[in-house]
Design a protein around this ligand. Structure first.
Ligand SMILES: C[S@@+](CC[C@H](N)C(=O)[O-])C[C@H]1O[C@@H](n2cnc3c(N)ncnc32)[C@H](O)[C@@H]1O
Length: 300
């Protein structure tokens, strides 16, 4: 029986006053919902058309000074708006931005996205609780098992976004000027190279950040970091700790190596990576550090 058409027991019927109040409350939800979608889309347009350019040097400084939030927050709003757009044909979308945001890792797979959203609500109903971001996260994570993440990684995704706290710790130490490989939404510096510009063909000068695209060209990225350091740059790279590879032996071994404790949870990944990582500082003499970077944060 369709819940919308089933007869309603007398004791469950709403009075006229309650129906009026429900309509009012749903109006509030609809307006709120429309506003976070609109905010997300407005930010995309301002960023992509560089409409901030007469008053601000970068989208980052525009977001921070005009609205008091960082680029990462702007990106989250954009992602949440995309989730709502993707779910809207079903007529059943999250009313809260933090619920929509949790669904973003499934944006590439609309069927999984829909299933996860209905699963999240069933989880909440099953436990007799109000729906929380935790229910949504669980529903998403159950669809993105470590095995699936590993497969995605092996099939060559190049979008493992640096965890913010790791980047912040390194940025506090190195004060990066250039992100050598990025897209506008994940760039870590105001100055960055995109796939269109091809970071591999551009000059790398000053203090550079590199979280390279994983795939067949990884060796070229690490080789270029090594070469740029010989020419005077400092290139700090986040790479898989694949010590068996030729590029580790040929390039990383000659630089400062920081093995990271544990496995990273990349910012846009729902679970921890299925591989270990290391930070390589090209431009510093060879040495090996066992770096418990999170313990350093806790001690501060
Ligand atoms: C692992 S992600 C890192 C993103 C971001 N810089 C960070 O640290 O979180 C690698 C990025 O490099 C970009 N990329 C791929 N090929 C590139 C190229 N030839 N030149 C510049 N960027 C490239 C990808 O689109 C992706 O956004």
């Amino acid at each position: 029986v369709n819940a919308a058409t089933a007869p309603v027991p007398t004791e469950e019927r709403l009075s006229a006053a309650e129906r009026g109040r429900l309509e009012q409350l749903e109006g509030v939800i609809e307006r709120g919902l429309a506003s976070f979608i609109e905010v997300g889309e407005a930010l995309v347009e301002i960023r992509d058309q560089r409409l901030y350019r007469s008053t601000h040097e970068s989208f980052d400084s525009y977001c921070l000074e005009r609205w008091g939030f960082r680029r990462a927050h702007a990106h989250r709003l954009v992602q949440s708006a995309k989730v709502i757009r993707a779910l809207s044909p079903t007529g059943d979308t999250p009313a809260k931005e933090r619920h929509a945001r949790e669904l973003a890792p499934l944006l590439a797979d609309p069927d999984q996205l829909r299933e996860a959203w209905s699963d999240a609500r069933e989880r909440a109903t099953g436990s007799g609780e109000q729906l929380t971001a935790g229910h949504v996260r669980e529903a998403v994570e159950s669809r993105l098992s470590p095995e699936r993440l590993a497969i995605r990684e092996l099939s060559g995704t190049d979008q493992w976004e640096t965890p913010t706290d790791l980047y912040d710790a390194l940025d506090a130490e190195f004060r990066f000027e250039l992100d050598v490989c990025a897209l506008p939404h994940n760039a870590k510096c105001d100055l960055y190279y995109t796939p269109e510009q091809d970071g591999l063909c551009q000059p790398w000068l000053g203090r550079c950040w590199m979280n390279p695209p994983y795939g067949p060209k990884l060796r070229d990225w690490v080789g270029k970091a090594h070469q740029a350091a010989l020419e005077g740059a400092t290139v700090v790279a986040l790479v898989p700790a694949s010590t068996e590879t030729a590029w580790w032996w040929d390039y990383c071994r000659q630089a400062e190596i920081r093995f990271l404790r544990g496995r990273l949870r990349f910012s846009n990944a729902p679970t921890h990576a299925p591989f270990a990582s290391a930070v390589i500082v090209f431009g510093r003499p060879a040495r090996v550090i066992w770096w418990d970077w999170q313990a350093q944060g806790r001690a501060r």
